[in-house]
Ligand binder design. Structure first.
Ligand SMILES: Cc1cc2nc3c(=O)[nH]c(=O)nc-3n(C[C@H](O)[C@H](O)[C@H](O)COP(=O)(O)OP(=O)(O)OC[C@H]3O[C@@H](n4cnc5c(N)ncnc54)[C@H](O)[C@@H]3O)c2cc1C
Length: 405
């Protein structure tokens, strides 16, 4: 009898893991438990084309529902996994059912941080974006002439700001830190992105926090900012980060840090339980990190699938990420913590450039702005896993990047 696999969460990583097992011809029984009322779908368009209304729900789906039946993958939607009995290998669901498992995988993702109740005071018109339901609730409010306040200058907030400008809203972005993208990108990249938003008419305020929201008849109508400014607003989007969905694992006594702690094989502190994607905390060159990206969700999930078949292959993340804002495609390869130098290199055409991150002279990451060549070359170098002392070549615009690979 083959082992029964239960995957908690029905997003990017859950789909990738189940699909990989079937591609490996592994026909063990698989159940995916999803608290959302939908089969697995992709999230990146939720703050891009889907929010803009240019993409339908059907196109978000990784596969049509029949695919799961054809591949003997059971998907339970609209149910929450609530608790885990590890000695008995039983998972309890919110509908009262208990599911037995041989192997269990957490693919529970992350949950956006909400503004505290002391600020929101139960007012309507305040949104976060994680699910298609969130985007559906937000979209009717994204109407030309309305005044939007985006709290948080990270990728999701900035993408929402770009969609809103496209739709004709007046947009203010506030970032409490000294600059936008402070956790994820160098000042040089933030400078480029800031300038693009300002050119598109966004009022972008850095080092400015939210002190209070005010409302009338239960709806948000204003915002008091930490610099003393008062804004009239019709809606607010909070893009202030996300935390790992690890509560079920934590209360079952599985070791968690900033997410569910896994080893290089994707295993948690319980040898029959794995975790992958946004919810998993893993090692990266001695740092404990959590990656919130499609690349990590897919690659780590496929690696877990391999290891479920007994392959015992360690997972080595090769991070890449993208963000679409206006007509700008930002592509990021590598992971930049610990950089001690950045070099900005002009691209081959107007508006294209790249920011190269070095640590001790070694290339560690590249942010490419409308510059596919820089992204492809940077990614190739970084994926090789070897140290690359390419600083001199990057500084010299006369050097053809392709010659580096
Ligand atoms: C708006 C937005 C834009 C993004 N843009 C990009 C981008 O441009 N590029 C990029 O690389 N990445 C982007 N990301 C990140 C990317 O989508 C995530 O990293 C990826 O979806 C992670 O996959 P996952 O399977 O770990 O989690 P998810 O896809 O979030 O799936 C987790 C699922 O588990 C469910 N769940 C949680 N707990 C339980 C439970 N107890 N029981 C049952 N179900 C549960 C959740 O409701 C959710 O459906 C974006 C994310 C968002 C929200």
């Amino acid at each position: 009898m083959s082992e029964r696999l239960v995957i908690i969460g029905g997003g990017q990583a859950a789909f990738a893991c189940a699909a990989k097992l079937r591609a490996l011809n592994d026909m063990r029984p698989i159940s995916i438990i999803s608290r959302e009322d939908a089969y697995p779908y992709q999230r990146p368009p939720l703050s891009k084309k889907y929010l803009l209304g240019e993409m339908s729900l059907d196109r978000l789906m990784f596969r049509p529902t029949e695919w799961y039946a054809e591949n003997a993958i059971e998907v339970l939607t609209g149910v929450n996994a609530v608790s885990l009995d590890r000695p008995g290998k039983q998972l309890t669901l919110s509908n009262g059912e208990c599911l037995g498992y041989d192997k269990l995988v957490f693919a529970t993702g992350s949950t956006p941080r909400s503004l505290p109740d002391s600020l929101t005071q139960g007012l309507e018109g305040i949104f976060t974006i994680r699910s298609f339901g969130d985007a559906d609730r937000l979209r009717p409010h994204m109407v030309a002439g309305k005044r939007l306040l985006v709290v948080g200058g990270g990728y999701i907030g900035l993408e929402a700001a770009s969609v809103a400008r496209h739709l004709g809203l007046e947009v203010t972005v506030i970032e409490a830190a000294e600059r936008i993208l402070a956790r994820v990108a160098a000042p040089a990249t933030a400078d480029i992105i800031r300038s693009i938003h300002r050119t598109h008419g966004v009022d972008l305020l850095e080092g400015v926090g939210l002190k209070a929201l005010t409302g009338m008849a239960g709806r948000v109508t204003g915002a008091e900012l930490s610099d003393g400014r008062h804004l009239e607003v019709d809606l607010v989007i909070a893009g202030i980060g996300a935390f790992a969905e690890d509560s079920v694992a934590r209360s079952a006594g599985i070791v968690c840090g900033n997410g569910i702690t896994v080893d290089e094989f994707g295993r948690t502190s319980d040898a029959d339980v794995y975790a992958m994607g946004d919810c998993a905390e893993q090692d990266w060159k001695g740092l404990r990190i959590r990656l919130e990206s499609v690349q990590n969700a897919v690659d780590q999930a496929e690696n877990v699938a391999l290891n479920l078949t007994g392959a015992n292959v360690p997972y080595r993340p090769k991070p890449w990420f993208w963000s679409d804002q206006y007509d700008v495609k930002l592509q990021i390869a590598g992971f930049n913590p610990g950089y001690d130098e950045t070099i900005v290199r002009p691209g081959g055409r107007e508006g294209a450039c790249s920011v190269w991150y070095f640590s001790g002279g070694d290339l560690i990451a590249v942010d490419a702005v409308n510059d596919a060549k820089a992204y492809v070359v940077g990614k190739k170098l970084l994926d090789s896993g070897k140290p690359h002392q390419v600083r001199e070549a990057i500084v010299d615009p006369a050097v053809d990047l392709k010659s580096l690979t």
